[in-house]
Design a protein around this ligand. Structure first.
Ligand code: IVH
Length: 705
């Protein structure tokens, strides 16, 4: 239908097509912005939007009230108030096989200093495939319900949660403050009936129960949520005024006694073998449970162990998700395309004939890198028995959870006679610069740097992304649009947009997708980010190897931009005391440090960063909650054997109390904790006249005796 030229459309056809496009684009927007599950490619989205605009140009009188050209992003996401979680909502680390579960158990024992045969119990329960929700009860009354969001800030969906029968309004005998966390989901039967009703009423049907649950909970109009059959399983908690119980299993029983649904397939296991046994049993029952699960979750049962183990940046050390094997399907690989990323990496993508894999239509899959296509691993050893992947091949595609689908295998018996081995490009397809592969690197990279449009635009997208500047109303699509039109070429340009194009908002207003209000909102959102936390700023620069956790680590370590950049400049030669100090920061590897220093001292890059900084006020990094901590701000080095806790636990506890843990002793070190067998570091500390403590002395100092 959509391929008839716009010039040839009759009025009637145009009207019908505009209606169809409005619906398709609204749906695509929702899938992308609200459900975080894009159903069409960016290119397909752009094509729909362009066609819509072309038809509107020819028939302006047919432009609809809900015309997609007037909308940016998805309305519902903006419609909910934001809620800062009193305690972060965590996610889970994933494991895919028995060995990873054994490693999980070993890691925990090592961290807690438990022998291999010491008792250590775990709960095992199904991992529900829905969306998580945090319910806050005060004085036994439900006062707030919030989605996970990015873990720190979610959306207030209280009115919607109140419509869910499994969620009690009032609790008796509950702690005064209680945050109950769990999963909202939809059963298979309810999902099928809902889709039938939707189709009968001419509405859209949902791809799977998870999407249906997400779409139903995140309705601005709670009366719609009320009509949707949502359910809730409680499996965790957040802030509490009094502990629920001493163990995970008892805490879950307590939640059940308070009136929550808890999963009946939860068991307590004595060993890894017990966990794996339960995993196999549940996997065998999976199809008959009546709701979707995508694995099992194992949690350390003893809550005092849980609190000692604590969390890494976003996942607890004491729990893990053991995922069920990925779902598989065969389809034809039509084309291999190369995408150029923020750091210049050339990533091959398989464009597939659409196929349903585990309830989701898949039309793209990653091919990793050129070796993977050629049938080799990073060490040159054959994978898939050395079979290469060619355009036109029948390939096996799989997806596990929400991750990008992958190509697993090739069926050589169905290979077309004229299929040619794929030749990986040695020039960047975006800017024509040489694409080179360094020794030991699996990835080929464009050498175009800032002149490569793909890198520039990906850098900008990263810059505005959630964990970076998070500018509302300026998402990937808008960045692409602005970049294409030459309005922004680098991050600094975002902050001069209003000065250059804002007068009267006339220019923005006339652009596809922008109304006066959205332009106004955008400028306000940009202004809000003129003040930015140091960690976010460092992360936003998109330096290779420097993720969110490392950026925050640097921010906490240096506190201010000036201190940070001074240290980077001083470390630039890649050796000497400043370099040693930088790489001595615990958690900072040499690869990260090298990338940081080479990027920020590269003149063009640095000039671009300086232009950006001229528009910003950088706030000091929030230091951990350490009021009254005797070690806040102190630099501590652990050396020798620790007998009462593992090195990892010692470090995590010290950091939680505001100390910096370093790997090497220098004049900047405040305290050296030396256990038996301490050698050169203790000696150096003595020479420098530093404070030296044994393990008991350290525990006494931090009040942990
Ligand atoms: S525990 C403190 N238990 O899986 C750990 N999560 O991939 C918090 N999920 O964000 C999670 N079933 O939405 C836990 N039985 C279960 C779960 C479960 C499903 C979800 C949850 C979480 C995600 C992580």
């Amino acid at each position: 239908m959509a391929d008839k030229a716009v010039a040839d459309l009759t009025r009637q056809e145009a009207e019908a097509e505009l209606a169809r496009l409005a619906q398709a684009l609204a749906e695509a927007n929702r899938a992308y912005h609200v459900e975080d599950a894009p159903q069409i490619s960016d290119a397909a989205y752009d094509a729909l939007k362009r066609r819509n605009a072309d038809i509107e140009d020819r028939f302006p009188e047919l432009k609809r009230e809900d015309s997609p050209t007037e909308q940016v992003g998805a309305a519902p996401a903006d419609g909910f108030a934001k809620v800062a979680h009193a305690q972060r909502m965590l996610s889970l680390a994933n494991a895919f096989d028995a060995e990873e579960i054994a490693d999980f158990d070993t890691r925990i024992r090592r961290y807690l200093g438990l022998e291999d045969d010491a008792p250590l119990r775990y709960t095992a329960e199904p991992k529900i495939d829905g969306l998580s929700l945090s319910l806050r009860y005060e004085g036994g009354l439900l006062v707030q319900a919030a989605t996970r969001g990015d873990g720190a800030v979610g959306e207030n969906v209280t009115a919607n949660a109140r419509t869910i029968a499994d969620i009690p309004e009032r609790l008796t005998d509950a702690p005064d403050l209680l945050e109950v966390r769990g999963e909202v989901y939809m059963s298979h039967a309810d999902f099928a009936a809902l889709n039938q009703r939707q189709t009968a009423a001419g509405g859209k049907s949902f791809a799977n129960p998870r999407n249906a649950a997400a779409g139903s909970l995140r309705q601005l109009d709670a009366t719609i949520t009320r009509e949707r059959p949502l359910r809730f399983f409680a499996y965790a908690w957040g802030a509490l005024s009094a502990p629920l119980a001493p163990t995970q299993a008892e805490a879950i029983q307590r939640l059940s006694a308070l009136g929550f649904q808890t999963n009946p397939l939860t068991v307590l296991c004595e060993s890894v073998a017990g966990l794996l046994d339960h995993y196999r049993q549940i996997e065998a029952q999976r199809a008959t449970l009546g709701y979707d699960i995508d694995g099992m979750v194992y949690k350390v049962n003893d809550l005092s162990y849980q609190s000692r183990l604590g969390i890494r940046s976003t996942t607890p050390r004491w729990a893990i998700a053991h995922k069920f094997p990925a779902e598989l399907a065969w389809t034809v690989l039509d084309r291999i395309e190369i995408q150029v990323g923020r750091t210049g990496a050339l990533s091959p993508v398989a464009r597939l004939r659409p196929v349903t894999v585990g309830g989701v239509v898949v039309s793209n899959a990653t091919l990793h890198n050129e070796d993977y296509i050629a049938g080799r691993d990073a060490k040159g050893q054959p994978i898939r028995d050395g079979k290469d992947i060619r355009e036109g091949d029948w390939v096996q595609v799989y997806r596990a959870g929400d991750v990008i689908p992958k190509v697993a295998d090739v069926d050589l018996s169905r290979r077309p006679d004229d299929a040619q081995p794929y030749e990986f490009p040695h020039k960047c397809p975006e800017c024509g610069s040489d694409a080179i592969r360094e020794e030991g690197d699996a990835v080929r990279r464009c050498t175009g740097g800032l002149i490569c449009p793909a890198q520039a635009v990906e850098k900008l997208k990263h810059f505005v992304s959630r964990a970076a500047f998070d500018i509302e109303g300026l998402g990937s699509k808008q960045v692409e649009q602005f970049y294409r039109d030459g309005w922004i070429a680098e991050p600094a340009d975002i902050f001069t947009l209003r000065a250059r194009y804002g007068s009267g908002l006339q220019q923005l207003k006339n652009r596809e997708g922008w109304g006066e209000k959205s332009a106004d909102n955008l400028f306000a959102a940009i202004d809000e980010r003129r003040t930015i936390a140091l960690g976010r700023l460092i992360f936003a620069l998109g330096i290779r190897h420097l993720g969110e956790a490392a950026s925050n680590l640097l921010a906490r370590h240096y506190g201010t931009w000036d201190a940070f950049i001074e240290a980077v400049d001083a470390a630039a030669p890649g050796e000497g005391p400043a370099w040693e100090t930088l790489t001595g920061i615990d958690g900072m590897g040499a690869v990260m440090a090298h990338s940081l220093v080479t990027t920020l001292t590269q003149p063009a890059e640095r000039a671009s960063v300086d232009r950006l900084l001229a528009h910003l006020t950088v706030t000091e990094a929030a230091r951990p909650q350490t009021e009254g901590s005797p070690v806040a701000g102190k630099t501590v080095v652990f050396t020798g054997t620790l007998e009462r806790m593992s090195r990892a636990e010692a470090k995590a506890r010290a950091e939680a109390m505001g100390a910096k843990v370093s790997g090497s002793v220098s004049a900047k070190t405040d305290i050296v904790v030396a256990g038996p067998g301490a050698g050169s570091k203790e000696k150096k500390a003595r020479e420098l006249g530093l404070q030296i403590l044994d393990e008991d002395g350290w525990l006494a100092l931090i009040g942990a005796q």
